[in-house]
Every structure is written in structure tokens, then in C-alpha cells.
Design a protein around this ligand. Sequence first.
Ligand code: MN
Ligand code: MG
Length: 643
Amino acid sequence: MRLTRPLVLAALLALVPASAAELKLRILSTTDIHMNLVDYDFVRDEPDESIGLNRTAALIAEARKENPNSILVDAGDLLQGSPMGDVVARVKPLTGDEVHPAYAAMDLLGYDAAAIGNHEFNFGLDLLERAQLGRKFPILAANAYRANADGSAGENLFPPSVLLTRKFKDESGAEREVKIGVIGVLPPQIMNWDKDKLTGKLVTSDAVEAVEREVPKLKEQGADLIVVVAHAGISAAPRQGGDENFAYYIGKVEGVDAIVTGHSHRVFPGKDYDTLAGADLKRGTIDGKPYVMAGSFGSHLGVIDIVLDDASGKWAIKDSHAEARPVATKGEDGKMKARLPADAAITELVKPWTEATLAYIRAPIGEAKGPFNTYLALLGDTAALRLVADAQTAYVQKMVKGTEYEGLPLLSAAAPFRVGGRPGPDYYTDVKAGPIAIKDAADLYIYPNMLTVVKLKGSEVREYLEKAARLFNRIDPAKTEPQALIGNMPAYNFDVLFGLTYAIDVTQPLRYGREAAIEDPNAHRISDIKYNGEPLKDDGDYLVITNNYRANGGGEFPRMDGTAIALVAPETNRDILVDYIREKKDITPDNTPVWRFVPVQGDPDMRIEIGPGGAALAGADPRLTKVETNETGFDVYRVKLSQ
Ligand code: MN
Ligand code: MG
């Protein structure tokens, strides 16, 4: 029999399954919001267009408009961080059936699921459980369990996973069902970081193994694809078991299709990962699987696009792409400018909490019994740096208890972050006598670094100080023309090591240049290093308290390539400072020198620039004589270091 043309066509069409089509699915994500629900920096008490869930919300709306086949997830570290988190937890605790503002905002945005981060546990389990009241989206944690009486793992604290059954439109316009399995996992290290609050109450386990257990269960329930939301960074370091930054290995689990990460406050795909094994930063994949990390504080929206195809009879992934979209970019004036207006509904919803937080950050946390400033920090004043160093030391003394590091000499590094230079003559830390508020703590420690402890030999401590002493130019005592005392190095790299005393000889050549390697092996500017009045022991072990920036290579200090790290605190140096001031209440400035200049012989004309805010202090310093006010607004002084 001969078929007519229309019949041939009909017969051919009948061979193709009625469902055969492509479907474009989008997984949107946020991470490490840290209670930045609005675009305001509550530490510095100023608007910041580059952060805030109300800013990310605008990107969420835009991305959903581009593709309505979207789900939205969050990777944790939500409830703690900005001062608003402290306000909800401690200052104005939730009452009655009041919903936590973070969850209220997320429900307004229609989140589908979220993982839980390590910082969720910082206020203790009771507060965390109360915060869950009234939340509508599921929170997932496949590797956290309540502890049984014998210390073994009991029931899951949160459900390990959820199966989202969603109706989406395929490319032909037909409505189709897609079942998305979502698994949440967290760093098992919460048991160390919040030991005091969680011991006996919780148990954690390896995250990768937990995912391996969940995947078959979701497949059995009919999951078409599986997304893992991991509160973890991406590191190709070999698996140890119980790893903190395990996300790299989640993609190696069979059946996992897409990975949403966080915890490191970085951006994937992004330049931080250009050397990562298997990473394709153009496609946003690692070994072919899509990954995303959406920065922190709402700075980015993670977007994973997946093309599904069911020509085989079931949904299969045909292609994928991932990107992290920033809410703001740097404008010509150097300020961060958001591309879209903030989401007014979120701003409005959170408003009572914003107002309570503003009152909180402006209220005193302690009392300064004198000024803490950095006008003379490059000439040896220590009060502002000592306050930071003391807070770090007090924290680490508790942190090392019961560890292999207990009893080792503790040195605490602090640098003058705000000390004139290129940012201008007003750029100094300047906390005046009187009440101290949280925003003053931000003046004392402007960066959101994490406290990090490195273990060094005494000989390495010496090299560390030599590197910091690169701040000073080499002075020729015989020269009569003016010589700038401060060289071309950012002063935030001038670490002062509290716990030691030492001398710096600026007439000696520089031992280090820009890089971490010794430049002039014969050069020595540092001498007379003492710990507790005793000479530094070259082969002795010392703990140096610093921050994640320095410990991982910031400023290119010798040995600071990450391999010397002994401990990383789950807190920022600044939060540690805030808690320290709150506890001590009265803070008295102490300018006892840590380091001193080796007297410079002869009468060289050394010069230093100091902002006009430091005029009174400089006027009272017998080493300084004012020469002029220069065209950039700095006062220029002649420095005498003859004794
Ligand atoms: Mn975080
Ligand atoms: Mg975290």
C-alpha cells in the first residue's frame, strides 16, 4: 500500500514520543547572606548598594522573567553576621509567633529550599529552633543529627533532602512535570566551632558520604535530576574524610547533576578559581558539572541553566551553564553601583528590624578612656593596634585550650589599616575618648577578615618582621636632601607583632621586596627580638594570630602561603573585637612601644606625612618638626631618630 504524504508525516510523528522536547530549567541561588537583608552596611553605618537580599531580589525577579522555569535555593549562613543578626538573637528576641525576618523575607521571595550553614549554630540550638517557627520553605541538612544519650547519631536535625515536583513549560509550550531532588549538607566542623553549644546535643558526619546515601533514595522517589546545596567551599585538596570545603567532591558523586556552594564567600565561576583542576570558568563547570558560588551578603545571584531533553523517554541533561551575577559594579567614582533598584517589598518588610539595628549600632558597647588613633602608628604608637591584638589574644587563649597548640607562645599581629597614604589625609583610625559604638570597632578593624592562627618557627617570625619592615625606605644618614621615611608599601601590610619587642634599623637595606622570597640575603633591619624579655628562639614554636588574608598570601609574607595555618576561627577579627570591648566595657589606650627605631646617627632630613587630625599629637612628639602642609592636604614633618 502506498501512503499519501500527509499520512507519511502522521506515521513519522507517531514514532516520536509525544513528550519529546527540550525544557530549559534554571536554578537560582544565594549564599552567605549573613543577615544582610537590606543594602546597608550596619558596621560602617552607611548604605552599600553592593550587598543586601533586597538587592539580590531584584536580580531574582529579572532572572525569573528571563526564564520562569526556575527554582530558588539558599546555601546557608543566613541568620548570623550583620548586626541585625545580633538584634534578632539577643537584643529584641522573637516573641509569640513572630517569624524571623530572614525567613519572612525568603518566603516572600518564594524560596524552594535551603541548606543550613555553620553560623546558624552560633547563637545556640534553642535560638535556632525558635527561629524556625513560621518558616514555609524546607531547610535541609543530610549530615547533622540529634545526639542520642550515648553520643551516637539520632534523628536528622533537619530533613536531609526534598523532592520538588514542579510544572514547567517545555520549548514547545507544553506544560511538563519535572521532579528535582535537593539535598542540603554542611561542614561537620560545626562541632568544633560551636563546641560549647553543641556538644552532647548534635552529631555531624561526612558530607560527601551523606550525599552518596541520599541520591539513590531520591532516584527511587522518581527524581529527574539532583541538586546538592552545599554550605562548603570548593577545594581540590585531597579528601581526608570529614572535610570542611568538600564541594569539589560532591560533583564526583554519581547521580548529582548540579552543585550550589558557599561558605568561602567567593564567586564561582570567577578568577579565584582559574587554577582549579577541571574547572571551566566559561561554562561554570567542574569536570563537566555545573557549579555556582554566589559571593556573600547578597552580593551575587547564582544562576545555573540546564537544558533537559526527554528524547530518551526520561529527562536527561543536554547542556548546562552557570554564572554568578553581581548586584553591583564599580562606578567611575570607585563606588559600587547597583544595576537595578532594590526590591521595595523586602526593604519594607524588614524596616522595623533595620530601625532597631540602626539604634543598636549607634548605642555604646563600651567606653574609651582615651583616644585610639593611628596618626603616629608608623612612628611606634600602639594603642589602636594593641586593642585589636589584645582582643585576638584573649580569643585564641580560649580557642587553643585542649588542643595540641595549648601552651605555645602567642603573638598577635595587628596593622594600621587606616593610616593616610593614597586614600588621603583624612584616612586614619580615629576613635575619640567617650562611648564606643559598634561602628567604632569597624574603624579599628575595617576588613571582614576571619581570625587565623599560623604556627611558625622563631626564625620564621624574624623573617615575618623583616617583611613588615619593608614599609620604611632605606635612609642614608649622610645625605642632606629630604628623604621620605615611609616607602611605597600599603601600611595594612605593616604588621606589628604584639607579644614581642624588637628594633627596626631604617639605615639597613631591605631584606624583602614585593615578593615572599628574600631579595637581599645579607640585609637585616630587625634586631633585639624578645619574647617575655628573653631572646626569640630561632627553633622554638610560636603561634602568630593574624587573619585569613595574611595567612593565605596577602601581602606576600614569607611562609604565608596557607601551609602554616594551624587554626581558623569561625569569626571575623572584628566580631571578636566587638565582643571583647563589650565584655571589658572600659578600654584604656596603652601606647607602650612594641618596636622602636634603632637611633639614626648623623642628621639626615627624614620626612613623614601626617593628616591634619594628628596635628596635636605630632606637635607633642619631640621627634617631629612641622615643615609644611603639602598640596594633598598632609602635614609634612621632619623626623629625628637620633635617640
Ligand atoms: Mn559564611
Ligand atoms: Mg560558613
